[in-house]
Design a protein. Structure first.
Length: 324
DNA sequence: AAGACGAAAGTGGTTGA
DNA sequence: TCAACAACTTTCGTCTT
C-alpha cells in the first residue's frame, strides 16, 4: 500500500478515511469488537462484548435531548464516587410473587405463571444493567492502571476476564472496584509471567497494598485461578536489562536458579531477592562486576537480602567466587 | 572512600491454636 | 484474636581493597 502524503489528493483521501473511521469503523478499545448497544437515554454507547462504555455522547437524538443532557452528561461521565441512582427502588414498579392482582383477587394459574416469568426477567434485567455499570467503571480503572504499568493487551484482557468472574460471583460487593481490579491485574500478570510486584500495582491505587493483597487471595480462593508460583527466573531478564548485563550473564543466572530450585533452596524466599543474588553471582563469575547496591536497587530489595541469598546460593551450590 | 560483610533490632505478613 | 514464626529491612560498626 502506498501513502501519498505529498500530493493534495492523498491528503483528501486521508481526511475521508478519518471521518469514515469515526462514523462507521468504531472499535472497542478493550476487546476490539465492533458491536455496540446504544443507550440513548444515558447518551452512552456500550460495547456488546465487554461492556465498555464510551464517554462520547451520541449526537443529534431528538430535540428534547439537547435541552437537558449537557449537565446530565457532566454528572454521569465523572469517574470516582458512585453515581446516584435517579430512580430509587421505591419508585419502580416491582412485580411481586404473590398470585394476586391489584385488588387482591387470586389470579388464574396461567396468569400466575406469567407474572412469575415477568418477575424473573425483571430481576435478571436489573442485575444485568448493574453488572454492566460496574464493569464500565472497572474498565476505567483497568485502563488507568494498565497504561501506567505499560501492560500488554492480552494481560489486560485476562485481568478483565478475571474481574468479570469475580463480579458475577458477587465478590466485588462490599469491596472497592479498584482493589479487586488491581488484584485481577496482579493475577493476570502472574499468569502471563509478567514480573510486576504487588507493590508496583498497588502504588497506583488508593486502597493500599494490604487491601489489594487480601483481594488477590480472595480471587485465588473463590475463582479457581491457576496462577503459577512466582518464579525468580522471570525476574532475571528485567533486572539484568536495567544493569546492562550481557545475555551470557542472564543465561548463567538462570542456570544457577534452576540448580537452586532443583535442590529446594528457593522455597519461601523472595523471588526478586533470589534473582538478584543469582545475577550477582553470574556477574562475578563472568567479570561483569556490579556492586551489591546496584543490583539490590534494580531488583528492589536491600543489599542485605542480596548478600544473604548470594551467600546461601554460593555455599549450597559450591560456587567459588573469583576474587578480583 | 567505597564496597562488602555480619550482627542486632524492627517490620509486616502468615499460620495455627 | 493472639502469639509464634520466618523472611525481609534498617541501621550500624568493622574489615578490605
Amino acid at each position: 500500500m502506498s501513502t501519498e502524503i505529498t500530493s493534495g489528493r492523498g491528503l483528501e483521501r486521508r481526511k475521508e478515511n478519518v471521518s469514515s473511521e469515526i462514523t462507521e469503523e468504531v472499535r472497542c478499545p478493550i476487546c476490539g469488537s465492533t458491536r455496540f448497544v446504544q443507550d440513548y437515554q444515558r447518551g452512552e454507547i456500550i460495547c456488546e462484548v465487554c461492556g465498555y462504555v464510551f464517554t462520547e455522547r451520541i449526537v443529534d437524538r431528538g430535540p428534547e435531548w439537547r435541552a437537558f443532557t449537557p449537565e446530565e452528561r457532566e454528572k454521569r461521565s465523572r469517574v470516582g464516587s458512585p453515581l446516584t441512582r435517579l430512580t430509587p427502588d421505591s419508585l419502580v414498579t416491582m412485580i411481586d410473587w404473590k398470585g394476586k392482582d391489584y385488588t387482591g383477587r387470586e389470579l388464574s394459574l396461567k396468569r400466575k405463571l406469567e407474572s412469575l416469568r415477568w418477575r424473573k426477567w425483571q430481576i435478571r434485567i436489573r442485575m444485568q444493567t448493574s453488572i454492566e455499570r460496574n464493569l464500565a467503571q472497572a474498565v476505567n480503572e483497568l485502563q488507568r492502571i494498565g497504561s501506567q504499568l505499560g501492560l500488554p493487551r492480552h494481560v489486560m484482557d485476562q485481568a478483565l476476564d478475571i474481574y468479570r468472574q469475580a463480579l458475577e460471583k458477587g465478590l466485588v460487593r462490599g469491596r472497592s472496584i479498584e482493589s479487586i481490579m488491581a488484584a485481577a491485574i496482579y493475577a493476570a500478570c502472574r499468569m502471563y509471567k509478567i514480573p510486576r510486584t504487588l507493590d508496583e500495582i498497588a502504588r497506583y491505587t488508593k486502597s493500599g497494598r494490604k487491601d489489594v493483597a487480601r483481594c488477590y487471595r480472595l480471587l485465588l480462593r473463590e475463582i479457581n485461578l491457576r496462577v503459577p508460583l512466582a518464579d525468580p527466573i522471570d525476574y532475571v531478564p528485567r533486572i539484568a536489562e536495567q544493569l546492562k548485563l550481557s545475555g551470557m550473564c542472564v543465561r548463567k543466572a538462570i542456570e544457577i536458579l534452576k540448580e537452586a530450585k532443583k535442590r529446594g533452596l528457593t522455597a519461601g524466599k523472595d523471588p526478586a531477592g533470589l534473582a538478584a543474588a543469582a545475577i550477582y553471582i553470574a556477574s562475578l563469575l563472568l567479570g561483569e562486576v556490579r556492586t551489591q547496591k546496584e543490583i539490590a536497587q534494580a531488583a528492589r530489595v536491600t543489599e542485605v537480602t542480596v548478600r544473604n541469598r548470594y551467600k546461601e546460593l554460593a555455599k549450597e551450590l559450591d560456587i567459588k567466587i573469583p576474587m578480583k
